[in-house]
Design a protein around this ligand. Structure first.
Ligand code: 5GP
Ligand code: ZN
Length: 139
């Protein structure tokens, strides 16, 4: 897509620090890292979000994520790696080309905001009704 930053990276019009590439996906360092080693994986075809990406592309991204997670474990020896994937402006997706974040965290390093929410028991009736509503819409 013409004015998509990540499509420009795929075409080599904008530089990136490449981590991994195959025929379906490209992986590169995030330039605003939440932690050292913060890496993105994207499909080579422009797809905005989870509703546009194909199942095959998701499979390719997650196959690559396993390779990269192994590499991160060896290279950075993190205490853990968070996977994050945002869909839509409502959850602050900033770049509208599907991407999976791999965010390693070193032992003793700062907390990753999305990984330390407080566990508060919900309303079981609302939880059940909502789960049923989603389940009924599964195709
Ligand atoms: P999200 O859309 O999930 O909120 O995050 C988009 C991510 O893309 C951000 O973490 C941001 O730092 C990263 N990003 C935005 N523009 C560029 C760029 O030109 N190069 C790279 N490597 N990362 C970028
Ligand atoms: Zn794109």
């Amino acid at each position: 897509m013409e004015d998509c930053i990540f499509c420009k990276i795929i075409k080599g019009k904008i530089p990136c620090f490449k981590v991994y590439e195959d025929d379906r996906v490209l992986s590169f360092a995030d330039i605003n890292p939440i932690s050292q080693g913060h890496t993105l994986i994207i499909p080579k075809r422009h797809a905005e979000n989870i509703w546009e990406v194909t199942a095959e592309e998701i499979a390719a991204i997650h196959t690559a994520s396993k390779k990269i997670a192994h590499a991160m474990k060896e290279a950075l020896k993190p205490d853990g790696i968070a996977f994050l994937q945002l869909n839509g402006r409502g959850v602050n997706q900033l770049v509208m080309h599907y991407h999976l974040h791999l965010i390693p965290r070193a032992a003793g390093g700062p907390e990753i905001p999305m990984t330390n929410w407080e566990l508060k028991p919900g309303d079981m009736k609302v939880i059940q009704e909502t789960a049923q509503k989603i389940s009924a819409a599964v195709k």
